[in-house]
Design a binder for this molecule. Sequence first.
Ligand SMILES: *Cc1c(COP(=O)(O)O)cnc(C)c1O
Length: 366
Amino acid sequence: MQIQTPYYLIDERKLFKNMKKIEYVRKNSGVKSVLALKCFSAWSVFPLMSKYMAGTTSSSLYEARLGYEKFGGETHAFSVAYSKSDIESLKKISDKVIFNSVSQLKMFYKDVKHLNIGLRVNPGVSYSHFDLANPARKNSRLGVFDKNEVLKALDKINGVMFHYNCENGDFVSFSKMLDFISSKYEKVLHKVNWVSLGGGLYFTKEGYPIDKFCEKLKEFSQKYNVQVYLEPGEAAITKCCELVTTVLDIVHNGKDIAIVDASTEAHMLDLLIYQTPAKMDSKSGKNEYIIAGKSCLAGDIFGTYKLAGKLKVGSKVKFADAAGYTMVKKNWFNGVKMPSIVVKRLNGKTEIIRQFLYTDFVKNLS
Ligand SMILES: *Cc1c(COP(=O)(O)O)cnc(C)c1O
Protein backbone atom coordinates (compact mmCIF):
# COMPACT_ATOMS: atom_id res chain seq x y z
CA MET A 1 0.00 0.00 0.00
CA GLN A 2 1.35 3.39 -1.03
CA ILE A 3 0.52 5.94 1.67
CA GLN A 4 0.97 9.60 1.00
CA THR A 5 3.65 11.20 3.19
CA PRO A 6 4.07 12.73 5.65
CA TYR A 7 2.69 10.31 8.21
CA TYR A 8 3.33 9.04 11.70
CA LEU A 9 3.56 5.27 11.65
CA ILE A 10 2.76 3.59 14.96
CA ASP A 11 3.79 -0.06 15.04
CA GLU A 12 1.68 -2.09 17.47
CA ARG A 13 4.14 -4.96 17.47
CA LYS A 14 6.79 -2.65 18.89
CA LEU A 15 4.30 -1.17 21.31
CA PHE A 16 3.41 -4.69 22.42
CA LYS A 17 7.02 -5.31 23.49
CA ASN A 18 6.89 -2.30 25.82
CA MET A 19 3.49 -3.38 27.11
CA LYS A 20 4.89 -6.82 27.93
CA LYS A 21 7.60 -5.19 30.06
CA ILE A 22 5.04 -3.07 31.84
CA GLU A 23 3.02 -6.21 32.53
CA TYR A 24 6.16 -7.96 33.75
CA VAL A 25 6.75 -5.16 36.26
CA ARG A 26 3.18 -5.42 37.54
CA LYS A 27 3.40 -9.19 37.92
CA ASN A 28 6.78 -9.12 39.62
CA SER A 29 6.42 -6.09 41.86
CA GLY A 30 2.70 -5.40 42.20
CA VAL A 31 3.25 -1.91 40.81
CA LYS A 32 0.55 -0.54 38.51
CA SER A 33 1.35 1.70 35.57
CA VAL A 34 -0.87 4.48 34.30
CA LEU A 35 -0.16 6.12 30.95
CA ALA A 36 0.85 9.80 31.08
CA LEU A 37 -1.34 11.21 28.34
CA LYS A 38 0.65 14.41 27.95
CA CYS A 39 3.35 12.30 26.32
CA PHE A 40 1.12 10.25 24.07
CA SER A 41 -2.59 10.57 23.33
CA ALA A 42 -3.02 8.75 20.02
CA TRP A 43 -6.07 6.85 21.19
CA SER A 44 -6.39 4.50 18.25
CA VAL A 45 -3.90 2.20 19.98
CA PHE A 46 -5.45 2.50 23.46
CA PRO A 47 -7.37 -0.78 23.07
CA LEU A 48 -4.01 -2.55 22.97
CA MET A 49 -2.38 -0.49 25.72
CA SER A 50 -5.30 -0.72 28.12
CA LYS A 51 -4.86 -4.49 28.35
CA TYR A 52 -1.50 -3.98 30.03
CA MET A 53 -1.79 -0.67 31.85
CA ALA A 54 -4.07 0.17 34.78
CA GLY A 55 -5.36 3.45 33.34
CA THR A 56 -4.20 6.97 32.64
CA THR A 57 -2.87 10.06 34.33
CA SER A 58 -3.33 13.55 33.05
CA SER A 59 -2.25 17.17 33.18
CA SER A 60 -5.61 18.76 32.50
CA LEU A 61 -9.35 18.18 32.39
CA TYR A 62 -9.31 17.37 28.68
CA GLU A 63 -6.62 14.74 29.07
CA ALA A 64 -8.44 13.21 32.02
CA ARG A 65 -11.62 13.07 29.98
CA LEU A 66 -9.79 11.46 27.08
CA GLY A 67 -8.39 8.82 29.42
CA TYR A 68 -11.82 8.20 30.92
CA GLU A 69 -13.57 7.93 27.56
CA LYS A 70 -10.97 6.18 25.43
CA PHE A 71 -8.70 4.22 27.77
CA GLY A 72 -10.76 3.25 30.78
CA GLY A 73 -9.39 1.68 33.95
CA GLU A 74 -8.29 4.14 36.59
CA THR A 75 -8.43 7.83 35.75
CA HIS A 76 -5.90 9.85 37.72
CA ALA A 77 -6.28 13.59 37.55
CA PHE A 78 -3.39 15.91 38.10
CA SER A 79 -2.98 19.55 37.20
CA VAL A 80 -0.45 22.18 38.20
CA ALA A 81 -3.50 24.32 39.01
CA TYR A 82 -7.19 23.43 38.76
CA SER A 83 -10.00 25.90 38.24
CA LYS A 84 -13.31 25.46 40.06
CA SER A 85 -14.94 24.29 36.84
CA ASP A 86 -12.12 21.76 36.22
CA ILE A 87 -12.89 20.25 39.61
CA GLU A 88 -16.64 20.18 38.95
CA SER A 89 -16.07 18.09 35.82
CA LEU A 90 -13.18 16.02 37.13
CA LYS A 91 -14.97 14.81 40.22
CA LYS A 92 -17.40 12.92 37.99
CA ILE A 93 -14.77 10.98 36.07
CA SER A 94 -11.67 10.62 38.26
CA ASP A 95 -10.66 7.91 40.68
CA LYS A 96 -7.84 9.98 42.07
CA VAL A 97 -7.40 13.73 42.19
CA ILE A 98 -3.84 14.83 42.83
CA PHE A 99 -3.16 18.39 43.93
CA ASN A 100 0.01 20.29 43.24
CA SER A 101 -0.15 22.52 46.31
CA VAL A 102 -1.64 22.63 49.78
CA SER A 103 -3.57 25.78 48.89
CA GLN A 104 -5.35 23.98 46.02
CA LEU A 105 -5.98 20.99 48.28
CA LYS A 106 -7.69 23.23 50.85
CA MET A 107 -9.58 25.15 48.15
CA PHE A 108 -11.21 22.03 46.69
CA TYR A 109 -11.07 19.48 49.50
CA LYS A 110 -14.82 19.65 50.17
CA ASP A 111 -15.63 19.00 46.50
CA VAL A 112 -13.57 15.83 46.18
CA LYS A 113 -13.31 14.36 49.66
CA HIS A 114 -15.32 11.31 48.60
CA LEU A 115 -12.52 10.42 46.12
CA ASN A 116 -8.92 9.35 46.54
CA ILE A 117 -6.96 12.52 47.14
CA GLY A 118 -3.28 12.86 46.48
CA LEU A 119 -0.71 15.57 46.94
CA ARG A 120 2.30 16.06 44.74
CA VAL A 121 5.42 16.24 46.86
CA ASN A 122 8.67 17.65 45.58
CA PRO A 123 11.47 15.67 47.21
CA GLY A 124 14.08 18.23 46.15
CA VAL A 125 16.05 15.62 44.23
CA SER A 126 15.67 14.83 40.56
CA TYR A 127 17.22 13.33 37.48
CA SER A 128 17.04 15.20 34.20
CA HIS A 129 19.39 16.05 31.36
CA PHE A 130 17.63 19.39 30.83
CA ASP A 131 16.97 22.20 33.29
CA LEU A 132 13.78 22.97 31.34
CA ALA A 133 12.41 19.55 32.34
CA ASN A 134 13.88 19.39 35.84
CA PRO A 135 11.08 19.38 38.44
CA ALA A 136 13.54 20.22 41.23
CA ARG A 137 15.00 23.25 39.44
CA LYS A 138 15.44 26.48 41.37
CA ASN A 139 12.12 28.07 42.39
CA SER A 140 10.20 25.12 40.96
CA ARG A 141 6.41 25.32 41.32
CA LEU A 142 5.95 21.56 40.88
CA GLY A 143 4.80 19.94 44.10
CA VAL A 144 5.08 20.77 47.79
CA PHE A 145 8.68 21.31 48.91
CA ASP A 146 8.09 21.92 52.61
CA LYS A 147 7.83 18.58 54.40
CA ASN A 148 5.98 20.11 57.36
CA GLU A 149 3.23 21.25 55.02
CA VAL A 150 2.90 17.70 53.75
CA LEU A 151 2.73 16.34 57.30
CA LYS A 152 0.03 18.85 58.23
CA ALA A 153 -2.03 17.84 55.17
CA LEU A 154 -1.99 14.12 56.02
CA ASP A 155 -5.53 14.10 57.40
CA LYS A 156 -6.85 15.21 54.01
CA ILE A 157 -4.95 12.89 51.68
CA ASN A 158 -4.54 9.17 51.16
CA GLY A 159 -1.78 9.24 48.59
CA VAL A 160 1.28 11.14 47.44
CA MET A 161 2.88 11.59 44.05
CA PHE A 162 6.59 12.15 43.44
CA HIS A 163 7.49 12.92 39.84
CA TYR A 164 11.19 13.65 39.85
CA ASN A 165 12.73 11.85 36.86
CA CYS A 166 13.10 12.64 33.20
CA GLU A 167 14.56 10.09 30.81
CA ASN A 168 16.30 8.27 33.64
CA GLY A 169 17.75 5.01 32.35
CA ASP A 170 20.12 4.67 35.30
CA PHE A 171 18.76 2.21 37.86
CA VAL A 172 21.42 3.07 40.46
CA SER A 173 20.41 6.73 40.57
CA PHE A 174 16.73 5.75 40.75
CA SER A 175 17.44 3.39 43.60
CA LYS A 176 19.46 5.95 45.58
CA MET A 177 16.81 8.61 45.16
CA LEU A 178 14.10 6.20 46.26
CA ASP A 179 16.11 5.46 49.42
CA PHE A 180 16.41 9.18 50.00
CA ILE A 181 12.65 9.67 49.61
CA SER A 182 12.02 6.67 51.80
CA SER A 183 13.99 8.06 54.71
CA LYS A 184 12.97 11.70 54.27
CA TYR A 185 9.23 10.96 54.07
CA GLU A 186 9.03 7.91 56.30
CA LYS A 187 6.20 9.32 58.43
CA VAL A 188 4.21 10.35 55.37
CA LEU A 189 4.67 7.00 53.65
CA HIS A 190 3.46 5.08 56.68
CA LYS A 191 0.22 7.08 56.68
CA VAL A 192 -0.86 6.90 53.02
CA ASN A 193 -2.41 4.05 51.03
CA TRP A 194 -0.82 4.73 47.68
CA VAL A 195 2.31 6.32 46.30
CA SER A 196 2.93 7.30 42.74
CA LEU A 197 6.57 7.51 41.72
CA GLY A 198 5.72 9.46 38.56
CA GLY A 199 7.21 8.98 35.14
CA GLY A 200 10.58 9.54 33.54
CA LEU A 201 11.94 6.04 34.21
CA TYR A 202 13.28 4.20 31.17
CA PHE A 203 12.60 0.71 32.46
CA THR A 204 11.43 -0.58 29.08
CA LYS A 205 14.75 0.16 27.47
CA GLU A 206 17.03 -2.62 26.24
CA GLY A 207 19.43 -3.67 28.99
CA TYR A 208 17.62 -1.99 31.88
CA PRO A 209 17.93 -4.18 35.00
CA ILE A 210 14.21 -4.80 35.18
CA ASP A 211 14.40 -7.52 37.86
CA LYS A 212 16.34 -5.30 40.24
CA PHE A 213 13.83 -2.57 39.49
CA CYS A 214 10.93 -4.88 40.40
CA GLU A 215 12.70 -6.02 43.56
CA LYS A 216 13.29 -2.43 44.66
CA LEU A 217 9.70 -1.41 44.02
CA LYS A 218 8.32 -4.44 45.79
CA GLU A 219 10.49 -3.82 48.82
CA PHE A 220 9.31 -0.21 48.97
CA SER A 221 5.62 -1.06 48.67
CA GLN A 222 5.86 -3.82 51.28
CA LYS A 223 7.77 -1.66 53.72
CA TYR A 224 5.03 0.99 53.73
CA ASN A 225 2.13 -1.24 52.78
CA VAL A 226 1.17 1.00 49.86
CA GLN A 227 -0.02 0.46 46.32
CA VAL A 228 2.74 1.88 44.17
CA TYR A 229 2.04 3.45 40.79
CA LEU A 230 4.31 4.44 37.95
CA GLU A 231 3.22 7.02 35.38
CA PRO A 232 5.20 6.12 32.26
CA GLY A 233 4.86 8.31 29.24
CA GLU A 234 7.96 7.93 27.13
CA ALA A 235 8.80 4.46 28.52
CA ALA A 236 5.42 3.13 27.34
CA ILE A 237 5.75 4.22 23.73
CA THR A 238 9.48 4.53 23.12
CA LYS A 239 10.69 3.21 19.75
CA CYS A 240 7.13 2.53 18.52
CA CYS A 241 6.64 5.25 15.97
CA GLU A 242 8.32 6.81 12.95
CA LEU A 243 7.68 10.00 11.07
CA VAL A 244 7.80 9.01 7.41
CA THR A 245 8.61 11.78 4.94
CA THR A 246 9.61 12.25 1.31
CA VAL A 247 12.47 14.34 -0.07
CA LEU A 248 11.05 17.22 -2.10
CA ASP A 249 14.27 18.96 -3.10
CA ILE A 250 18.02 18.85 -2.64
CA VAL A 251 19.91 22.11 -2.47
CA HIS A 252 23.59 22.86 -1.86
CA ASN A 253 25.16 25.44 0.41
CA GLY A 254 28.45 24.18 1.78
CA LYS A 255 26.72 20.82 2.23
CA ASP A 256 24.00 18.83 0.51
CA ILE A 257 20.68 19.73 2.06
CA ALA A 258 17.67 17.47 1.57
CA ILE A 259 14.32 19.15 2.17
CA VAL A 260 11.50 16.84 3.24
CA ASP A 261 7.72 17.29 3.26
CA ALA A 262 7.54 17.77 7.04
CA SER A 263 8.84 20.24 9.58
CA THR A 264 10.54 20.01 12.96
CA GLU A 265 8.64 22.96 14.36
CA ALA A 266 5.27 21.64 13.24
CA HIS A 267 5.75 17.88 13.59
CA MET A 268 8.65 17.14 15.96
CA LEU A 269 8.76 20.27 18.06
CA ASP A 270 10.85 18.85 20.91
CA LEU A 271 13.85 18.65 18.59
CA LEU A 272 13.88 22.44 18.59
CA ILE A 273 12.99 22.87 22.24
CA TYR A 274 15.75 20.54 23.43
CA GLN A 275 18.15 21.19 20.55
CA THR A 276 18.58 17.53 19.74
CA PRO A 277 18.72 15.90 16.30
CA ALA A 278 16.03 13.46 15.17
CA LYS A 279 17.02 9.82 15.53
CA MET A 280 17.29 7.72 12.43
CA ASP A 281 17.57 3.94 12.32
CA SER A 282 18.96 3.60 8.79
CA LYS A 283 22.51 2.33 8.24
CA SER A 284 25.25 4.92 8.12
CA GLY A 285 27.66 5.42 5.23
CA LYS A 286 29.59 8.08 3.32
CA ASN A 287 26.86 10.33 1.96
CA GLU A 288 26.44 13.33 4.20
CA TYR A 289 23.23 15.34 4.18
CA ILE A 290 21.62 17.99 6.26
CA ILE A 291 17.99 16.91 6.38
CA ALA A 292 15.72 19.88 6.81
CA GLY A 293 12.05 20.69 7.01
CA LYS A 294 9.97 22.66 4.55
CA SER A 295 8.86 25.47 6.86
CA CYS A 296 10.39 28.93 6.45
CA LEU A 297 12.19 28.74 9.81
CA ALA A 298 15.95 28.93 9.09
CA GLY A 299 16.71 26.39 11.81
CA ASP A 300 14.06 23.88 10.74
CA ILE A 301 16.62 21.07 10.63
CA PHE A 302 16.10 17.43 11.61
CA GLY A 303 19.84 16.77 11.71
CA THR A 304 22.96 15.96 9.76
CA TYR A 305 23.35 12.33 8.75
CA LYS A 306 25.89 10.16 6.96
CA LEU A 307 23.77 7.78 4.94
CA ALA A 308 24.65 4.58 3.13
CA GLY A 309 22.74 5.54 0.00
CA LYS A 310 22.30 8.75 -1.93
CA LEU A 311 19.11 10.73 -1.49
CA LYS A 312 17.17 12.02 -4.45
CA VAL A 313 13.85 13.74 -4.95
CA GLY A 314 11.22 11.16 -4.01
CA SER A 315 13.42 9.25 -1.51
CA LYS A 316 11.73 8.28 1.73
CA VAL A 317 13.26 9.51 4.98
CA LYS A 318 12.08 8.01 8.27
CA PHE A 319 12.73 9.61 11.63
CA ALA A 320 12.65 7.26 14.61
CA ASP A 321 11.05 7.72 18.01
CA ALA A 322 8.32 10.01 16.80
CA ALA A 323 5.63 9.09 19.31
CA GLY A 324 6.45 10.71 22.65
CA TYR A 325 5.93 14.45 23.06
CA THR A 326 5.69 14.61 19.29
CA MET A 327 2.24 13.79 17.99
CA VAL A 328 0.68 15.60 20.96
CA LYS A 329 2.52 18.78 19.99
CA LYS A 330 1.91 18.83 16.24
CA ASN A 331 0.61 22.13 14.96
CA TRP A 332 -0.31 24.00 11.82
CA PHE A 333 2.72 26.30 11.65
CA ASN A 334 3.31 27.45 8.08
CA GLY A 335 0.18 25.57 7.02
CA VAL A 336 2.38 22.56 6.31
CA LYS A 337 0.36 19.43 5.58
CA MET A 338 -0.15 17.64 8.86
CA PRO A 339 1.17 14.06 8.94
CA SER A 340 -1.55 11.40 8.77
CA ILE A 341 -1.75 8.83 11.55
CA VAL A 342 -1.10 5.31 10.34
CA VAL A 343 -1.14 2.22 12.56
CA LYS A 344 0.46 -1.10 11.80
CA ARG A 345 -1.72 -3.48 13.79
CA LEU A 346 -0.52 -6.51 15.72
CA ASN A 347 -1.81 -8.73 12.90
CA GLY A 348 0.45 -6.91 10.43
CA LYS A 349 -2.33 -4.97 8.67
CA THR A 350 -1.67 -1.30 8.04
CA GLU A 351 -4.53 1.14 8.63
CA ILE A 352 -4.71 4.83 7.83
CA ILE A 353 -6.44 6.07 10.95
CA ARG A 354 -6.63 9.77 10.29
CA GLN A 355 -5.84 12.17 7.49
CA PHE A 356 -5.84 15.90 8.05
CA LEU A 357 -7.26 18.19 5.43
CA TYR A 358 -7.37 21.84 4.57
CA THR A 359 -10.65 22.04 6.51
CA ASP A 360 -8.81 20.97 9.70
CA PHE A 361 -6.34 23.80 9.15
CA VAL A 362 -9.18 26.30 8.67
CA LYS A 363 -11.08 25.05 11.74
CA ASN A 364 -8.02 25.33 13.92
CA LEU A 365 -8.57 29.10 14.11
CA SER A 366 -11.36 31.42 13.22
C1 LIG B 1 5.48 14.24 32.33
C2 LIG B 1 4.97 13.47 33.46
C3 LIG B 1 4.94 12.07 33.41
C4 LIG B 1 5.47 11.27 32.25
O1 LIG B 1 6.83 11.45 32.09
P1 LIG B 1 7.69 10.56 31.05
O2 LIG B 1 9.04 11.17 31.13
O3 LIG B 1 7.09 10.73 29.70
O4 LIG B 1 7.64 9.17 31.52
C5 LIG B 1 4.42 11.41 34.51
N1 LIG B 1 3.95 12.09 35.58
C6 LIG B 1 3.95 13.43 35.66
C7 LIG B 1 3.42 14.09 36.86
C8 LIG B 1 4.47 14.17 34.60
O5 LIG B 1 4.50 15.50 34.69
